[in-house]
Design a protein around this ligand. Structure first.
Ligand SMILES: C[S@@+](CC[C@H](N)C(=O)[O-])C[C@H]1O[C@@H](n2cnc3c(N)ncnc32)[C@H](O)[C@@H]1O
Length: 248
């Protein structure tokens, strides 16, 4: 049998860190979708469960698409070029998987994005490759929630904030950055930054939310690791980020 190819349109919807952050605009967009497509990393993917909860709240069907394996072998991904290549291949495999679903089903498909689609998320790049018409609805991002929880502004008056990844942190500090939001971390390696201030958050918006702040030398890197593991133990997953500010 030859599969039919239908036309589809896509709505990329930022939903913050859970149903409590779905804006009225995102809610309207969700209600306008015929179904939502979401990557399933495993049968019991806890982040898919959050997306499922959002879909249930707005009465939209969730179509789980098994996420292709990404090459995480340190031998091939430690260098930036190897890492970029691994991510490119993974995106190409995701594009193929989503294209199959959209061509089969047609209609309006929602893609639910954790936080905001503009920040460390590949959905827009992947959807561009699919070639269907799409729009983007913003959501509350992790840096916004971090700032709100700590009741801070992310930068000093009239000064910049540099948003980066844990992977690039050392490089960015070496180029003179002194006020950084650090995302996509694993356990933090902050040696030599004892005089820097940190505002840390893990699993923001989830039951296991953890917050810590202070001078790094006083807090100690170990307390950040403990907070991270505590968040994981409560929620079954962990994501964290922090604002780091150098001494003036
Ligand atoms: C793939 S990026 C997605 C970012 C997302 N698009 C946003 O707008 O925040 C995932 C990273 O965002 C941060 N993050 C996302 N959700 C978080 C949460 N609930 N608590 C703490 N950090 C979070 C972590 O640094 C994590 O490694």
């Amino acid at each position: 049998m030859i599969a039919s190819t239908r036309s589809a349109s896509i709505r990329i919807i930022g939903f913050g860190m859970g149903p409590q952050h779905v804006t009225p605009e995102a809610a309207d967009a969700l209600r306008s979708c015929d179904y939502v497509v979401a990557a399933a990393k495993s049968a019991d993917d806890p982040l898919l469960a959050v997306r499922r909860q959002v879909c249930e709240e707005y009465g939209v069907e969730l179509v789980a698409v098994p996420d292709p394996e990404r090459d995480r072998d340190p031998a091939s991904t430690t260098a930036t070029a190897g890492y970029d290549q691994a991510v490119r291949e993974w995106h190409a495999a995701r594009v193929a998987a989503y294209r199959d679903v959209l061509e089969q089903r047609g209609g309006t498909a929602g893609f639910l994005v954790w936080g905001d689609p503009s920040l460390y998320d590949s959905t827009i790049r992947i959807v561009e490759q699919l070639g269907f018409d799409f729009d983007v609805i913003p959501g509350i991002s992790a840096p916004q929630l971090l700032a709100a929880r700590h009741r801070i502004v992310l930068h000093e008056v009239g000064r910049p904030v540099h948003v980066t990844t844990a992977r690039r942190l050392r490089e960015d500090i070496a180029t003179g950055q002194t006020n950084l939001v650090v995302m996509l971390g694993s356990a933090p390696d902050l040696e030599g930054l004892e005089d820097w201030q940190v505002w840390y958050g893990a699993n923001l918006g989830a039951p296991g939310e953890q917050l810590l702040s202070g001078r790094l030398g006083e807090l100690g890197e170990a307390s950040l690791r403990v907070a991270r593991e505590h968040a994981r133990a409560i929620d079954g997953w962990v994501m964290d980020l922090y604002l780091l500010r150098g001494p003036r």
